[in-house]
Design a protein around this ligand. Structure first.
Ligand SMILES: CC(=O)SCCNC(=O)CCNC(=O)[C@H](O)C(C)(C)COP(=O)(O)OP(=O)(O)OC[C@H]1O[C@@H](n2cnc3c(N)ncnc32)[C@H](O)[C@@H]1OP(=O)(O)O
Length: 506
């Protein structure tokens, strides 16, 4: 059961609007094919009501309504009515799984709480709503007040409750404890369906989920990118990969869609995926050490079962001071370039030198480095920026005028824009689209960073991603001025697409 839209939204700073929730629910159920989704808590807000309604309308049309669940409270008829009005058919009822939560938060005796829960279950039965229950704070309950947990379970086991969901609400357990406590539950209630809900406070969420699987648990709660309250929940991508590779378990998840869905959730949540996050992090399929690239060349000696292609990704070979010839050769191959041994040595030396200065070297930089080192002359010089002017004035639209040379011919154009760089790109686009009748790449991402190392605090680095003819180019510019850095990145891109253009129009 994926709870990105309920627990995931309990990540500090995350708030999805209804159409984002609908989009994520669709991706989870239709693309990733998770078995169930929990999409919010009842009573939260009008916006959440709207979101659940939209998701349920859509799910009903696709015959998926039974897979949509909402957390509800032990509050008489209120949560059930709220859920009923959205069209949702499943309540995940938040009961108290530890004595202290029952007596100190709800201020009820165990018998009173049990009676309240049974009332809600009966009311939900009358409304034809399926009930699962959370035993909130179960991990503390089973440690400190097991007799309370068993009293509640005994009182509920003969009701219509479909699943008992056991949360490690505060992320306090380790895998050995999960096995010990789950076995206790399974021994006492062998025919009950248990879900396990992990939290990552000790970075043990994934391990604990696996321990739960070993203990015979039937349902697992995960989120995309491990979003969730405090340190988050168990990330779906990691859980899926381990279930498949370590347990030969069969799930319905389409793992080729994991990366794309992670990126959508990254964008909607605003919580960036760490570069080293397994499966979905930017760097996790990048070999950095030269010896690894060499081993891959020989017989994929440094690959494990986590092949990037499984997840719709590609292995990359980083360029920097730890690159050897093998890394560089792999990158050159990707660009369709070949070098003799002597040129290879010179290019390798140059890349190591740049790496030593903490310069980021990307694959797109490689033709420039090759050209620079070997005095190649042609790459990177087909399109030249001869002169330009950009202005910024309070109360006036920024303007840009520029003159460029393309294959020896000069073109001049001006344009206004929303900012200096926007004006610059608009002027360029006029030259390409209007004057030359050619396509101009679409800018898909624009990131400004201070380069690593912090030695040049006056410098900024602009990393721009472009899409052109179904290809993606990333180019980088470094300058003391952000606009100039972006312009440098843009000129690199124009030279790269010039090569593409010539190839396609030979
Ligand atoms: C394990 C988890 O992550 S549980 C996550 C549960 N989901 C949420 O909390 C969603 C976000 N929450 C909200 O929007 C709000 O807290 C609401 C709408 C649910 C409730 O709002 P409010 O009525 O203002 O109450 P408040 O936020 O202060 O919550 C505390 C009340 O909930 C009660 N409560 C706590 N757990 C439960 C429960 N399982 N069932 C019923 N009531 C409960 C407390 O006893 C307290 O009641 P009191 O004010 O009578 O003492």
């Amino acid at each position: 059961m994926d709870t990105t839209l309920r627990d995931g939204e309990q990540t500090s700073g995350v708030s999805f609007v209804p159409h984002e929730k609908l989009m994520i629910a669709r991706l989870l159920l239709e693309d990733l094919k998770v078995d169930r989704v929990e999409v919010t808590s009842a009573r939260v807000s009008e916006g959440e009501f709207e979101a659940v309604k939209m998701i349920c309308d859509w799910a009903a049309r696709r015959n998926l309504l039974h897979k949509v669940e909402v957390l509800g409270f032990v509050d008489g008829h209120t949560s059930v009515d709220w859920i009923q009005r959205t069209g949702c058919r499943v309540i995940n009822l938040l009961c108290k799984g530890s004595l202290k939560h029952c007596t100190q938060q709800l201020k009820k005796t165990p018998a009173e709480h049990l009676a309240d829960v049974i009332d809600v279950v009966h009311y939900a039965d009358d409304q034809d709503i399926t009930v699962n229950v959370y035993l909130e704070d179960w991990s503390n309950g089973i440690k400190d007040s097991p007799e309370y947990v068993f009293q509640l379970m005994d009182g509920l086991k003969d009701t219509s409750i479909k699943r008992f969901m056991l949360p490690d609400t505060l992320g306090i357990l380790n895998p050995l404890q999960v096995i010990e406590y789950m076995r206790k539950m399974k021994k006492r209630y062998p025919h009950t369906h248990f879900d396990f809900h992990a939290h990552n406070d000790y970075d043990l969420a994934v391990s604990n989920v696996l321990a739960a699987v070993l203990s015979g648990v039937k349902g697992l709660h995960t989120t995309i990118n491990g979003l969730g309250e405090r340190a988050g929940n168990a990330p779906l991508a990691s859980v899926q990969a381990i279930l498949k590779d370590h347990f030969n378990a069969v799930t319905n998840i389409d793992e080729s869609r994991l990366n794309d869905v992670s990126r959508v959730v990254e964008s909607y949540s605003g919580i960036m995926i760490p570069a080293n996050k397994p499966i979905v992090g930017e760097n996790v399929f990048t070999q950095v050490a030269g010896v690894h690239a060499d081993g891959d060349n020989k017989n994929s000696l440094y690959c494990n079962d986590l092949l990037p292609e499984r997840f719709g990704r590609k292995r990359e070979y980083a360029l920097g001071k730890t690159s050897g010839k093998a890394n560089i050769r792999k990158n050159l191959e990707d660009l369709g370039l070949q070098l003799d041994e002597d040129s290879m040595r010179k290019v390798t030396e140059r890349i190591i030198e740049l790496g030593d200065k903490k310069e980021l070297v990307t694959q797109e930089d490689l033709p420039y480095i090759v050209s620079d080192v070997l005095k190649h002359g042609s790459i990177g010089e087909k399109v030249k920026l001869k002169s330009y002017f950009v202005n910024l004035a309070h109360g006036l639209k920024p303007m840009a005028t520029l003159k460029i040379e393309i294959n020896g011919k000069e073109y001049e154009e001006s344009s206004g824009g929303d900012g200096q760089y926007d004006a610059f790109v608009r002027a360029l686009r006029k030259i390409y689209k209007v004057t030359l009748g050619r396509k101009f790449p679409m800018l898909t991402n624009y990131a400004v960073t201070i380069p690593p190392g912090g030695r040049t605090d006056a410098f900024v680095q602009t990393l721009i991603t472009w899409s052109y003819d179904e290809q993606v180019f990333r180019t980088r510019g470094l300058d003391a001025d952000q606009t100039e850095a972006a312009i440098k990145a843009t000129m690199k891109m124009l030279n790269l697409i010039e090569d593409e253009y010539e190839k396609n129009n030979d």
